[in-house]
Write a protein that binds this ligand. Sequence first.
Ligand SMILES: [Fe+2]
Ligand SMILES: [Fe+2]
Length: 165
Amino acid sequence: MAVSTTIEAAINQQINYEITAAYNYLAMAAWFERDNLPGFAGWMMIQRSEELDHAMRLYKFLMDRHGKLDLGALGKPRHDYKNVEEIFVAAQQQEVNNTRAIHNLYELAINEKDWATQSFLKWFIDEQVEEEKVMSEALGLIHHAGDNHSALLMLDQRLGTRSAK
Ligand SMILES: [Fe+2]
Ligand SMILES: [Fe+2]
């Protein structure tokens, strides 16, 4: 059964959110590279590729349901971060916003009685729990490090060990 135009538009919007998130994480990775924090940079690059994977999952679902792709414009990412903490606060907020977007999409699928979309979105609902947890953990460690440079460098090494899923 083909996807409704309402769900089609919402999935296209969600694809935009996921690619926007990847775009923002790329800008954050570059900030860390310039600040000589390769561990943080690598961590953000993994985050970036996960977001692109989310976009591709949505794309595939849209194609499988005979939906039409309608890609929107991407906003310019922010580059002028003050410090590591400010970046992770922004990253965490982005994940919270994305969780809300996924939940809204799920609610729409319920209202539209689109069972296939509801089933498909369950993976995303679970994934957002993980995404928010990962961001909160990183932010917690950054708070512990505070203004201590050695602690921050140790954290850079620790985050640098993250491997792609
Ligand atoms: Fe995502
Ligand atoms: Fe995410």
